[in-house]
Design a protein around this ligand. Structure first.
Ligand SMILES: *Cc1c(COP(=O)(O)O)cnc(C)c1O
Length: 387
């Protein structure tokens, strides 16, 4: 169905941060399939793991033990400092699990209409519950009636959250992205997330972090909350978890980890041997090579490079982000930059109308990063000069 307005290119193969189209033209990928291929394209270890697993066993069922799922569960919960994990197949599914957990948490405490606080400009997926949680009318329009049970506040605004705490007795959880991705690479003030955590502790609410875009090393730590010294109660992952093999995860800690019992939730494909073999290799490769440190340093140098190259250019509001999650906010809509960059062999994205978003693979070389800065800054100069 016509759910995508596609760009006029089809890729045939890739390697690291490079892609080749069906005409064999080469591209530099600064988007990673939207924060999915953090290890780059055709990563040898992932390819090997997927091929080996495919030759042994693709799928059995969650009715039976799945060795790769158990190993991945141990690895992922250790990396995240969480207790338990549920595996699904996508980000939306991971968030559905988190929303169900929050409701169950409320019901167990005698609350028959539990509410979850969500943010303006957030993005949590396209299923009915997750689009209802999403703070973007374009995502919701035409799909009403929306799922009930969400209260919306501005992102980064602790006072607004405090007002909800003071006035709404049915709240059981807060669902928030550590950095808003689709919303425009919005980095909250440093005291915000610790403040949300403190408020959740105070009120007995679950703090649910949607790390679907920020997770798996992208921001310079394995998970974005690890830049702070708190832990969420629930965290969702997907995108880069399988480096392109579909897998999502909902991790939980403490009481939240003990809520689901047999029969409460499930998935046919979730956590199957193939997806888990890929994700396990992603976790191990990221950890062995400390690729989050590369994300931190490469991201800083790309932001600095862009700031230098765009200094005094009229129309650039800000270069922002953390690690390899980078936004260049302009003073005007700039969707057309995507096609212009494509012509020059560069893959970028524009979100929230006027923010150029870069999500390069963590394996991008310094030389490729320099190339990215140089092509993109001249494109931006031309565009902002009205050429
Ligand atoms: C991409 C994304 C989702 C949705 O993931 P899907 O796999 O497309 O369902 C949810 N939350 C955030 C923050 C995302 O970036």
């Amino acid at each position: 169905m016509s759910t995508y307005k596609r760009l006029p290119v089809t890729f045939a193969r890739g390697e690291g941060a490079l892609l080749w189209d069906t005409q064999d033209k080469q591209y530099l990928d600064a988007l990673s399939g939207v924060a999915v291929c953090n290890l780059g394209h055709a990563h040898p270890a992932v390819t090997k793991a997927v091929c080996e697993q495919a030759g042994r066993l693709l799928h059995t069922s969650n009715i039976y033990g799945i060795a790769a799922q158990e190993t991945l569960g141990d690895t992922l919960t250790a990396l995240a400092g969480m207790d338990r994990v549920f595996f699904g197949n996508s980000g939306a599914e991971a968030n559905e699990a988190a929303i169900k957990l929050a409701r169950l948490y409320g019901h167990r405490r005698g609350n028959k209409s539990p509410m979850i606080v969500v943010m303006e400009n957030s993005f949590h997926g396209r299923t009915l519950a997750t689009l209802s949680a999403t703070g973007n009318r374009k995502v919701q329009a035409g799909f009403e009636p929306l799922v009930q049970g969400f209260i919306r506040v501005p992102y980064g605004d602790l006072a607004a959250l405090q007002a909800v705490a003071d006035n709404q007795k049915d709240v059981v959880a807060v669902l928030v992205e550590p950095i808003q991705g689709e919303g425009g690479v919005n980095v909250p003030p440093p005291q915000y997330l610790p403040g949300v955590r403190a408020l959740c502790d105070n009120k007995g609410w679950l703090m649910i972090l949607d790390e679907i875009q920020t997770g798996m090393g992208r921001t310079g730590k394995p998970f974005a909350y690890q830049h702070y010294d708190f832990k969420p109660d629930v965290m969702t992952l997907a995108k880069a978890l399988g480096n392109g093999v579909p897998i999502g995860a909902c991790l939980a800690r403490g009481d939240a980890a003990e809520l689901f019992a047999p029969g409460n939730h499930g998935s046919t494909f979730g956590g199957n041997p193939l997806a888990c073999a890929a994700a396990l290799t992603v976790c191990r490769t990221l950890s062995e090579q400390k690729l989050w440190d590369t994300a931190a340093s490469l991201g800083e140098s790309i932001r600095q490079g862009l700031r230098n190259a765009l200094d005094n250019v009229q129309g650039v509001i800000e270069v922002r982000g953390q690690g390899l999650m980078i936004g260049i906010a302009l003073d005007r809509p700039c969707a057309e930059l995507v096609a212009r960059a494509l012509e020059q062999g560069l893959l970028i994205n524009v979100t929230a109308d006027s923010v150029v978003r870069l999500l390069p693979p963590l394996v991008m070389t310094e030389q490729q990063a320099d190339h990215l800065v140089s092509i993109l800054s001249s494109l931006l100069r031309e565009f902002l000069a009205g050429k």
